[in-house]
Design a protein around this ligand. Structure first.
Ligand SMILES: Cc1ncc(COP(=O)(O)O)c(C=O)c1O
Length: 399
């Protein structure tokens, strides 16, 4: 893959027809190093967030060896990673996937949240005695921008009996939860961990592991969460109150926080209509979250011709398909003079960007490049570009 120092340098040499996935694996490496150094337990990567081989390689180079996988395809993709340990944490799996995961890929860690799922795991692994079972429990998702509650998780009423039953089957027994993605308040983790503590005491069942899931935030124009260190302080405090703290391993499975910064998409403006820009990627591509979840992403104009610096303006983006839902309200802040033929770097799409892209209307094909500069926003860089600095960068790009 070709390497450039920035999107602007890339566009000085190329005028790509297709949208471009611009990878910054160094950002994923830095994030993984930070998590490994600061999380008081084992860090798994939630492989659903980004499946680019270069990103996986950066994470493994940084020391990640364990992965939360949701499907057989993710298992097949990650099993070849040296010393990989795979955790099949989707609480509802097909029988065939459980059987193949266990017998063909050596997966031993499985999540469940019901008696039926536990039955499936027991039957499809031939009543194996070497299973590491994780009970997914429901927990409040009130502090997250993307609540994931409702679909999965044993209720506080059902959880004690499930724990008791699984204890008799499992080699190792764990509890897991998910506070929702982009949790913007560290207390989300403390509250969930206290709930787990209560469950352990009331059920009287010893557990060997607590997996606090994902949910750690990244930085976006609409969401500027507290420092990640305050999340770790909250986790350490709450984990210290667990009755099983001395015998229990702590795990986490971040997706977003490890990879959001590690990818931008570079799009071309194919039309301008007032404050709307029609670009060549959208809701059915890498910008699903901007279309359906109200996400705003940082945007940088890379003009196709020299123009005098102008004021900034707020734009809506439309994607390339014929569907009128292919709209990203943003607003995306860009110089007022943006016009057809210009390119835009849209940052922070490393989590749930490329993996969401479909082939709808014949789109969904991307070029790929690697960039060596800093991500547009960062939870980890010493001086992640502030909005003011970004404005200045935009203006100087036009000069
Ligand atoms: C079981 C599980 N673990 C981890 C994650 C990663 O979450 P996030 O990207 O918010 O860190 C998800 C996301 O859906 C998940 O379902």
């Amino acid at each position: 893959m070709d390497v450039f120092t920035s999107a602007a340098e890339f566009l000085r040499r190329r005028r790509p027809e297709r949208p471009v996935l611009a990878l910054r694996p160094h950002a994923a490496f830095r994030a993984a190093r930070w998590f490994i150094a600061n999380f008081p337990g084992r860090v798994l990567y939630a492989a659903k967030a980004n499946d680019a081989p270069e990103i996986i390689e950066a994470l493994t180079d940084a020391g990640i060896r364990a992965f939360d996988v949701a499907s057989l395809v993710e298992i097949e993709r990650l099993a070849p990673v040296e010393d990989a340990e795979l955790f099949f944490m989707n609480p509802v799996k097909s029988r065939g996937a459980i059987a193949r995961a266990y017998s063909d890929f050596g997966v031993r860690s499985f999540a469940f949240d019901s008696d039926d799922e536990l039955d499936k795991i027991v039957q499809e692994t031939g009543e194996a005695r070497d299973l590491d079972l994780y009970l997914r429990v429901a927990c409040p998702n009130t502090h997250s921008l993307i609540p994931l509650e409702g679909k999965f998780g044993a209720s506080p009423q059902a959880a004690p009996a499930l724990l008791l039953r699984a204890r008799q089957i499992a080699r190792r027994l764990g509890i897991t939860f998910h506070v929702g993605s982009q949790a913007v308040v560290p207390a989300a983790f403390g509250e969930a961990l206290r709930q787990i503590g209560q469950l352990i005491v009331t059920s009287g069942v010893m557990v060997d592991a607590v997996d606090i899931g994902g949910g750690f935030p990244s930085r976006y124009p609409h969401s500027d969460p507290p420092e990640l260190s305050s999340y770790m302080e909250e986790v350490v405090r709450a984990a210290d109150e667990l009755a099983v703290k001395h015998s229990c391993e702590l795990l986490c499975e971040p997706g977003r926080a490890l990879v959001a910064e590690a990818e931008s998409v570079i799009v071309r403006v194919d039309a301008r209509r007032d404050r709307a820009l029609y670009v060549n990627d959208g809701a059915f591509g890498t910008l699903f979250d901007a279309a359906y979840l109200g996400f705003r992403f940082p945007a940088k104009l890379i003009p196709s011709t020299r123009r005098k610096p102008k004021e900034l303006a707020e734009f809506t983006l439309y994607g390339p398909t014929c569907d009128s839902d292919d709209q990203m309200p943003g607003p995306f802040v860009l110089p007022d003079c943006a016009r057809e033929g210009d390119y835009i770097e849209i940052g922070q799409i490393g989590a749930y960007g490329r993996v969401m892209a479909t082939r709808f209307n014949g789109f969904g094909e991307y070029d790929e490049v690697m960039l060596t500069d800093e991500p547009m926003l960062s939870m980890y860089a010493e001086q992640g570009a502030s909005e003011k600095e970004q404005d200045e960068m935009l203006k100087s790009a036009l000069a």
